[in-house]
Design a protein around this ligand. Structure first.
Ligand code: ZN
Length: 339
């Protein structure tokens, strides 16, 4: 009996460890962030094809670039043309896109580099930084300029500078919205994240130690960290953050909580890039969600991030605050972490 109990205990422990027990235990909070349901997208289908080795990463990056910046240039009969039940792009976090650009950069032709650089202030900055790195010794690359999104206002926090506008296509809902980004970004940078880990290297200062720049813009995802210049080695990169102007519109009465989780999530991507900017995306996303829960205390962020997708039994979240199981994109990528 004692042996059986012990065996049962071992089986139960292993089951718990590997997340085989059915059901969900998701911590609840009083305020709902209005579980956003994301539509099917050609971008997601493209990501899966690249994950499964059906197309090369370079092919994926070039087609993703079209979907993000010029969706009308992809023909409907192209394998990754936008189908009737899809939108071009619907991703919570587009941090991975810029990492993929860095990963394939050396494979790009001169024409492809010029094309990418013409599409957005981010890509233009990345192309400039990478070209400079080719001609300079490791560790001395510097980018003198930050991206120019045409935002006419800024508000400065203790550790960050938030760029925003109240007019035009990139208009934030109001001044309070930008102030909230500042508040939560400062809170993330002052949290135990930066005592447990290195601080993020930030673009826009000679030693990458200045204040973090964040831009509030109309964008496809909720937010993103953009890797730009290399620091010390090729895989350590400085960058900046972009936050959507639509968090208040998309996340109901709990949108402020969502904003807090988002700021912690994106800053943790910056911390990751101070170690290895080019690690596997599923690992980077899973740990960024984990960090937003652990350091930001925003557990609804977790629920929205993984349940907000179209209902699909293959995508499950099992967590009891000791074990976190995250399945991403049905491709068998599973992450376990003791919280
Ligand atoms: Zn992310």
């Amino acid at each position: 009996m004692r042996t059986l109990s012990r065996r049962l205990w071992i089986v139960l422990s292993l089951s718990l460890l590997f997340g085989f027990l059915p059901g969900y235990v998701v911590p609840t909070e009083a305020v709902s962030t209005g579980d956003r349901v994301w539509p099917r997208s050609a971008y997601e289908r493209l990501g899966k094809a690249a994950d499964h080795g059906e197309i090369t990463l370079k092919e994926a990056v070039l087609s993703k670039t079209q979907l993000l910046f010029a969706p009308k240039t992809i023909a409907k009969d192209h394998p990754f043309g936008v189908q009737a039940d899809e939108v071009p792009v619907a991703e919570e976090c587009l941090t991975g896109f810029y990492k993929d650009v860095h990963k394939v950069f050396d494979e790009l032709t001169e024409d492809e580099e010029v094309f990418l650089g013409s599409l957005s202030p981010d890509l233009s900055l990345i192309v400039t930084a990478r070209e400079r790195e080719k001609s300079e010794a490791l560790g001395v690359s510097r980018v003198g300029a930050l991206p120019d999104f045409g935002l006419d206002k800024e508000v400065e926090g203790k550790y960050c500078i938030i760029h925003y506008t109240l007019t035009g296509a990139n208009a934030s809902p109001d001044q309070t919205y930008a102030d909230l980004v500042k508040k939560y970004m400062d809170m993330a940078i002052a949290s135990k994240m930066t005592t447990h880990f290195k601080k993020a290297y930030v673009e826009g200062s000679a030693d990458f130690q200045g204040k973090l720049h964040a831009y509030v813009l109309d964008m496809d995802g909720n937010g993103e960290w953009v890797d730009v210049s290399q620091v010390e080695t090729r895989n350590k990169r400085a960058g900046y953050i972009k936050i959507s102007t639509k968090i208040k519109d998309n996340f109901g009465t709990g949108w402020q909580l969502k904003m807090k989780g988002l700021c912690f999530h994106q800053y943790f991507h910056g911390i990751q890039s101070a170690y290895n900017a080019l690690s596997d995306l599923w690992f980077l996303e899973a740990t960024a969600v984990w960090a937003s829960c652990t350091y930001g205390g925003v557990w609804t962020h977790l629920r929205e991030y993984y349940h907000g997708r179209a209902p699909d039994p293959a995508r499950r979240v099992f967590t009891d605050r000791y074990l976190l199981r995250l399945d991403r994109n049905d491709s068998g990528r599973v992450f376990y972490h003791r919280v």
